[in-house]
Design a protein around this ligand. Structure first.
Ligand SMILES: [Zn+2]
Ligand SMILES: [Zn+2]
Length: 427
């Protein structure tokens, strides 16, 4: 389990500001002026000085060139080309694979705000006819990461034109989100020491919520999840003499039952523990053979990392017990490990305040989402938040073959991040 390192936040190399006491002093005056200013800009069609047409083209290009997790070579190159129009002070290339970090500095000392988006698409064929349909075979952007990258690239426009008053902003284009590994690849890359953020933010579009609604939550926003692969090795024998071999059939059956019962018998009502068996197999289609090999796979989910540790240990105990009972060798592997994404309360309050000031519809999510996001690896270490942005109530679900990112979210996403940066990096 990844330990939450609060000390990283406490030992910041700069004097941490109390954003809220500062805001409280000027709040009424500031908010009134800001709302008038924003309304004027919207009325005059001035979308925060963002060239939207250019961003729409970028989204289409990224969509056409969808690539799988860890293979985002072309996507990364397209982003690099785009950033050349709005050159950052420094670009960290090859970050955890094909990741990129674009750094925009101010002239004054101050904190580093990291804004992260994700580069990868999914192994899902595009089933809708778009002018910009994916040209890749059986791979398409069905989670909207093309849109997330576009929003963050809109920020590159803003930051190139207007640097923060203090500190730095890092736009992080992260690889491998869909397999739950990319955030860790980036964090493990020694080049990440050049970034060392103080604050981290990311957003994910959320179908099923009103278009443009800002969805926020203090504490756990997205659940922890883990894939479990159990292999059971016995010995084959003639099917007429199963007693002479070591078949894993009974152990596989008992594991399916045992895993499925974990949430009922080994967790409290409020633990939010779930174990879903997703695959099982014993032997081969060979009627003369009693099997010598079996496998069971399951996905574990929970709201907290502590409960995840507990149910993981329970699964492992079960495998060890059955291995002994049935005299089998076993191998346990964990895959696609996502920690829970835990949002910082102060940052969530800031987001809610900003959504309000921008006149955006907002919603406080009452319970953690059941899905997972590898941004939890960042919120484990740094103060920050994952934000939801409603993608429309009738929008197809994420990962559905008919899903496509709604372009209306581009400007909203840029505004939201721009304002977070401005309030954290004002003098
Ligand atoms: Zn996804
Ligand atoms: Zn996603």
């Amino acid at each position: 389990m990844i330990q939450k390192s609060q000390s990283v936040v406490k030992n910041l190399p700069f004097k941490e500001i109390d954003i809220f006491s500062q805001l409280r002093i000027e709040e009424l005056k500031y908010r009134a002026i800001f709302i008038i200013y924003l309304k004027m800009r919207i009325q005059t069609g001035d979308k925060m000085e963002v060239k939207l047409d250019e961003l729409l083209d970028l989204r289409k290009t990224l969509h056409r060139n969808a690539e799988l997790s860890g293979k985002e070579e072309k996507t990364s190159a397209l982003i690099k080309d785009y950033l050349n129009i709005y050159p950052p002070d420094n670009v960290i290339d090859g970050l955890g694979g094909y990741g990129l970090g674009a750094i925009y500095k101010s002239k004054s000392e101050g904190p580093t705000v990291l804004i992260r988006c994700d580069l990868d698409a999914l192994p899902i064929p595009e089933s809708i006819d778009l002018e910009y349909s994916s040209q890749a075979d059986e791979v398409s952007h069905k989670c909207g990461h093309d849109g997330h990258m576009t929003i963050v690239s809109g920020l590159a426009q803003v930051l190139h034109n207007t640097r923060p008053e203090r500190g730095r902003v890092v736009l992080l284009y992260q690889p491998g989100e869909e397999v739950g590994k990319g955030a860790q690849w980036v964090l493990d890359d020694e080049k990440f020491s050049q970034i060392a953020p103080d604050y981290v933010f990311a957003l994910h579009n959320l179908p099923g919520f009103p278009l443009g609604q800002v969805i926020y939550r203090e504490g756990t926003f997205a659940s922890a999840s883990k894939g479990l692969i159990v292999e059971l090795m016995g010995e084959t024998s003639h099917a007429a003499e199963p007693q002479k071999g070591k078949s894993p059939a009974m152990a596989v059956a008992q594991l399916i039952n045992g895993f499925s019962a974990i949430s009922q018998f080994h967790s409290a009502l409020n633990d939010a523990a779930q174990v879903t068996v997703i695959h099982a197999r014993v032997g081969e289609r060979a009627f003369g053979t009693s099997p010598g090999y079996g496998t069971v796979m399951a996905t574990l989910r929970s709201h907290s990392d502590e409960v995840m540790d507990r149910i993981s240990a329970k699964c492992e105990d079960m495998v060890k017990g059955l291995s002994k009972s049935w005299n089998l060798k076993t191998k346990i592997q964990w895959d696609e490990i996502f920690p829970s994404t835990v949002n910082d309360s102060e940052m969530v309050k800031l987001i809610a305040l900003i959504a309000n000031d921008l006149g955006l519809d907002k919603f406080e999510q009452p319970i953690p989402f059941p899905w997972s996001e590898d941004f939890g690896n960042f919120t484990d270490r740094y103060k920050g938040a994952l934000i939801g942005l409603g993608a429309g109530e009738n929008q197809p679900a994420l990962h559905h073959p008919t899903y496509d990112f709604p372009d209306d979210l581009i400007i909203i996403g840029v505004q939201l991040f721009e304002e977070i940066i401005r309030r954290l990096l004002s003098k």
